[in-house]
Write a protein that binds this ligand. Structure first.
Ligand code: HEM
Length: 154
């Protein structure tokens, strides 16, 4: 493998690890800890602040994963030359990216508006739909890791 290809793979893996690992931390550690220790008027602004910072990182990770992934495909000679597992990775990766964009531009702004208006039940409902969508994306992300690593041996 050429050095530039290795660097694209490094960028790709750093980006997807940050994204999938970050979702796991938000889902399994940050949100349950906030639910256990904070009342809604503290918890909901805290979660919105944590998500706003995480989403900046995810936006960079998504752009990096897509660009480096496509660079790796080009380096391999194009989509006609890559293993079927890469086609699966690309398709599921696009689904994950669409879900992220949906979260970022639909329930998340509604969460922020509800917090600004101190409508705690509305904000809690939006955060709950974000939690479910993140759980779906986390599951797809783990499946894509399995597909990328185990799939290419099949
Ligand atoms: C959406 C656009 C994506 C494209 C075009 C893409 C493309 C690629 C390509 C061409 C490789 C090199 C495969 C090889 O050398 O066998 C690769 C590796 C990898 N990708 Fe992606 N990928 C994308 C998204 C993702 C996502 C979303 C994840 C995880 C959630 C992911 C996880 C991985 C992993 C773990 C590897 C390393 C596989 C290995 O070397 O054993 N990719 N990707």
């Amino acid at each position: 493998m050429f050095l530039t290809t290795s660097l694209f793979l490094l960028l790709h893996l750093l980006a997807v690890t940050f994204w999938v690992g970050g979702m796991a931390v938000m889902h399994f550690a940050v949100r349950p800890a906030a639910v256990a220790t904070l009342e809604p008027p503290q918890r909901l602004p805290f979660m919105a602040a944590a998500l706003s910072r995480f989403f900046v990182g995810v936006s960079v990770a998504v752009a990096t994963a897509l660009a480096s992934g496509l660079a790796l495909v080009m380096a391999a000679g194009g989509f006609a030359r890559v293993h079927w597992s890469v086609h699966g990775m690309f398709t599921l990766g696009l689904v994950m990216m669409a879900l992220f964009l949906h979260i970022r531009f639909a329930p998340y702004p509604r969460l922020q508006r509800a917090i600004a208006a101190k409508e705690w039940p509305v904000a809690a409902a939006q955060l709950n739909s974000i939690r479910k969508l993140v759980a779906v994306n986390l599951s797809i992300g783990v499946a894509v890791f399995a597909l990328a690593i185990v799939g290419r041996a099949l």
